[in-house]
Design a protein around this ligand. Sequence first.
Ligand SMILES: [Zn+2]
Length: 576
Amino acid sequence: MRTRTIIGFLLLAAALAKSGLAQQQSASADTVVIHARVYTVNPHQPWAQALAIRDGKIVAVGSDKEIAAYRGQSTEVVDAKDHMVLPGFVDTHGHFMAGAGSLPNVALDDAKTVPEFQKMIADYAAAHPGLKWIQGMGWYYDIFGKTGLPDKKLVDAVVSDRPVFLRAYDGHSSLANSRALAIAGITRDTQDPPNGVVVRDPATGEPTGVLKEAAGDLVQKFIPQPTHEEQLDLLAKAIRYANSLGLTRIISCGGDAENVGLFDELRQRGNLTLRFYMAPFAPTPGITPEFIETLNRNREKYHDDWIDIGAVKFLLDGVIEAHTAAMLEPYANDPTSGQLYFSPEKYKEGVMELDRLGYQIFTHAIGDRAIRLALDAYEEANKANGHSDARDKIEHIEDPSAQDIPRFGKLGVIASMQPLHATPNRDILDVWAVNVGPERAQRAWPWHDILAGGAHLSFGSDWPVVTLNPWPGVQILLTRQTPEGTPAGGWHPNESLTLPQAIEGYTMGGAFAARRDKTEGSLEAGKLADLIIISQDLFKVEPNQIGKTQVMMTMVGGKVVYQNASWESGKTSASR
Ligand SMILES: [Zn+2]
C-alpha cells in the first residue's frame, strides 16, 4: 500500500514534470523578430517592437521585453536592426503565369522616344540570336505621336528576319512586324475577329501591324508555348521575384486558375513560397455548365492558405486609351462610346448564378458604363441570393460616374485599383484624359472618394501590365505624381491617400478581398506569420522616396523566403 503510494507519487511527479516541460517548450517560439519598428495594421495595437512565431503563426506581438519571454533554447532570432516591419503585401490583381512568361521578354516600358523603342528591340534581338520569336511588352501609346499607334515598319527596320510581337503596356494592343503578320497569314483581306480590330492604313488598307484587343490572338497563337518544365521554372523564378518585392499573396485575376496544376506541382516540390487566391476568366459570350463543373471541381480541390480558387473574373470592357472602355456618353474626341464584351443580360445571368454558388465575382470595368453595370449586377445578385458579405470586387475603376462612387461602400463592393495605371505621364494626360474629356477626367482613379464612401480598397499591379513592384504604387497613392514629380502638386491631389490608408489597402485590403482578413493582413496573435522587413521607415521619408523602398527580408508562414544580399545575415541562434 505504502509502496504503491510512493510509486504513484513518483509517477505523478514524473507526469507533472513532463507536462511542465511540455508547457515550457510550447511557450517558446520557433522564431522571434526583435528590435523592429513593427507597423502592425492592427488598430488596437498599431506599433510594436517585436513578435513571436510558432508553427507558422504569430503567437505574440509586443515590446522586446515581452517577446523575450518566448525565447527558448532553439528559438531563431531575427534582429531587425531597428528597421520597419510590415505585414506581407498582397497584390490584389495579377496575371501570374503571364507575368512569369514575360520575365525573359524585352521590356519596353522605359522607351521614351521611337529611336529608343527601336534600339531596345534591336539590342534584345542581337543579344538573343537563338530565339525564334522576339517578344516584348510595355510600349506606351504616347511616344508614337498623334495617332498614339506605332507601325510595323518601325520594327521591320530593326528586325526583319524573325517574327516580332510586342504588347502595349496595358496588354490591350499589340504590334507585330511584317514577318509575324506573314506567319499568321494576316493581310488586307483578313476580317476583324469578334472583340478585336486589325488596324489598317487609311490610305492603302494594308494592316499596320497594330492589333487591338482580341486581334492580338491572331498572331499570339503562332508563338510556340514553353514546355511544362520551362513553365515550372519560370513560375518558380517569378515567385522568388515576388517575394523579393515583399509580396506574400497574389490575387490572380485570370490565367492562373486555368493552370492551377502547375502551382500545385511547385508546392509538391517545396517551391511555393507565395500564396495564391485565384479566379479563372469567365468564358464569352457567357458561362456554361462545363465551366461551372470545372470550377466546382477545382474549388473542391484547392481551398487552403496556399492555393484557393474562390472567384470568377469577367472582362467586361476595354481601355480608355484605345476608346474600348464602355462609357455612358461618347468619348470626347470620338463618336463611339466603347464596348461591352458581354451583353448586359448574359453578364448579369452569369453573376447571378456564380453568386448563388458562393463565388466572388471580379469584374474588369474601366469605363463608367461598365462600372455601373457591374454594380447593378452585384446588387441584384446579392439581393436575390441573400448574400450580405459576398465581397464582389470591381477591377481598375478608372473613371466611374459621380453617382456610382458612393455605391461601392453602400453595397460592400471592393474597389480593386492599380495605382501605377494612374501615373500622370504623357500617355495619361495626352491620351487618357483627352479621350474622356475634362469633366470625366476629374474622377480619374478616385480612390480617396471611394474610400470616403465607406468601401474597402485593395491595390495591385495588373502584372505584367506594369511592374510587380508595389512600392512605386504606394508612392503614387500619396503623391499622384510621376516618379519625376510631375505635375507639381499632383494630378487631382484631392484623391491622394494617407500612408496608413495606402498600407492598409496593400495588406488588410488584399486579405479582405481574398476572404482572409481573419488569418492574414495584419500582424497580430493568431494570424499567419507573413511579414517583411524593409529598408526605410515609410513614416519618416518624403512620400516621393517611398518608391525606392527595398525589401530586406520576406517571411511567409514563419519561414524566411527571401533575404536581400545587402542584409547581413540578421539571423542568429538564440544565445542568452
Ligand atoms: Zn488584369
